[in-house]
Ligand binder design. Structure first.
Ligand code: GLV
Ligand code: MN
Ligand code: MN
Length: 418
């Protein structure tokens, strides 16, 4: 067999599995697979089947992560951890998250078929909730693995009023057992996540893969404005305390501020007005904010300025305001030693080594609390992501798989692993 044949076979297997997983959704014709839903469970079962076919043991942990383990030369060795997430945003693309899980499983399958065991174990984790769609707080699966899951999140509610605690029980999990998902720091030699770039850089430069330098931090907030509901026909404009027009002013202020600061991005992705009727002045509005930039100090300063601007707009309009931080992640650098091994694998496969930062969040940010991490980016079409048009070409999927497989086979734990 030439080197190219197994890579082509791996690429075809990965794309077939991406397509099969994409069919598991809350609604036919679109991809929506959020945390702790029946479709989330069906996806977990499918992934566990593929893990077992690839020679791994597989189980669901206490938060809903799917964990596959391929033992090394002896049982019980510390592991190289690989993975990404299997939840999606609503009306998602098929590649964000699943590509990293499925490629890692395919690489382990290739080792297994050759009977190859390594001086370390491999764990492949399909993280349960990276997107944070259902309960606003993100990285729930990887934080549980890192032992940093915040138990207060169990009381958060989804849009149907179901608490995370109730949702875990309905999924068959014990909310009191989440600590058991945590891995001891010494048990993980390093973490490598393969992911589509979700941006346009690799495509613009004609490169199939990239080496991530750092993952930008993010702050997510939830804002509630409360005014006074009233009759749309009788309350004169000057006497209204309309929470929705107040929110509109705040949202435009966020846009103007972020446009005025290079590299800063701010998004209001969710909004709900109550009571929600054509002929009633909105008395209460909730909306979310997502603020990101490279550099934690710059992000924190922006969050401070925007909070002050929202409070000022609310005061001017006679609205009450409540602002809560629902999620915060610092910028995390990829570990130099592990990034160098990824770069060496990229070069050995004949690709130019291009380092680039990630503006999107990844499970690697949470795992960095217990292990050094690195990431491989795979080019995607048009930089499109969080959209059904998200797409990666078969050749680029193959390139990513070749780099990951080489990385696994050449992986050398850092001598003084922390
Ligand atoms: C995850 O996709 C995020 O960066 O929000
Ligand atoms: Mn992702
Ligand atoms: Mn995503």
């Amino acid at each position: 067999m030439t080197i190219a044949e197994p890579a082509a076979a791996l690429g075809r297997e990965i794309v077939a599995h991406i397509d099969e997983l994409a069919a598991i959704s809350a609604e036919p014709g679109v991809i929506t697979r959020v945390f702790l839903t029946p479709e989330h469970r069906a996806a977990a079962d499918l992934l566990m089947g593929w893990m077992r076919d690839a020679g791994m043991s597989a189980a669901i942990d206490a938060i809903g992560n799917v964990v596959g383990r391929y033992e090394g030369e002896q049982d019980g060795l510390p592991c190289l951890m690989l993975g990404s997430h299997y939840d999606t945003v609503r009306n998602a693309g098929r590649w964000d998250g699943p590509l990293g899980v499925i490629t890692a499983i395919a690489c382990v399958g290739a080792l297994h078929r050759r009977g190859r065991r390594l001086p370390f174990a491999i764990e492949v984790v399909g993280f349960a909730d990276e997107e944070g769609v259902r309960f606003a707080s993100t990285l729930l699966g990887s934080r549980a693995v890192a032992g940093t899951f915040d138990a207060r999140a169990l009381d958060s509610i989804d849009r149907d009023g179901i608490t995370m605690r109730e949702a875990l029980r309905a999924f068959g999990l014990d909310p009191g057992a989440i600590a058991t998902a945590a891995h001891a720091p010494g048990a993980v030699l390093g973490y490598v996540e393969l992911h589509i770039e979700q941006g346009p850089v690799l495509e613009a430069e004609g490169l199939p893969v990239g080496v991530v330098s750092a993952i930008s931090g993010a702050t997510r907030l939830s804002v509630t404005l409360t005014g006074m509901a009233g009759h749309a026909g009788t309350v004169p404009m000057a006497l209204r305390r309309d929470a929705l027009t107040g929110a509109a002013e705040c949202i435009l202020a966020i846009e103007t501020y972020c446009r005025g600061h290079a590299g800063l991005v701010g998004t209001v992705g969710q909004i709900a007005a109550e009571p929600g009727a054509t002929n009633v002045i909105p008395g209460r509005v909730g909306f979310t904010m997502d603020i990101r930039t490279a550099g934690d100090d710059r992000r924190k300063a922006a969050v401070g300025d925007l909070t002050a601007a929202i409070e000022a707009a609310a005061r001017r309009r006679g609205l009450e305001v409540a602002i809560t931080v629902t999620h915060e992640n610092r910028t995390v650098n990829c570990a130099g030693w592990l990034k160098a091994q990824v770069a060496a694998a990229v070069a050995a496969e004949g690709y130019a080594v291009r380092e680039l930062p990630s503006g999107a969040g990844h499970d690697a940010m949470a795992i960095a609390d217990i292990a050094d991490m690195a990431m491989i980016f795979v080019r995607c079409r048009g930089g499109i992501s969080h959209h059904p048009d998200e797409h990666a070409e078969l050749g680029d999927v193959e390139a990513g798989a070749k780099v990951l497989l080489r990385l696994i086979e050449t992986f050398s734990p850092r001598d003084n692993a922390r």
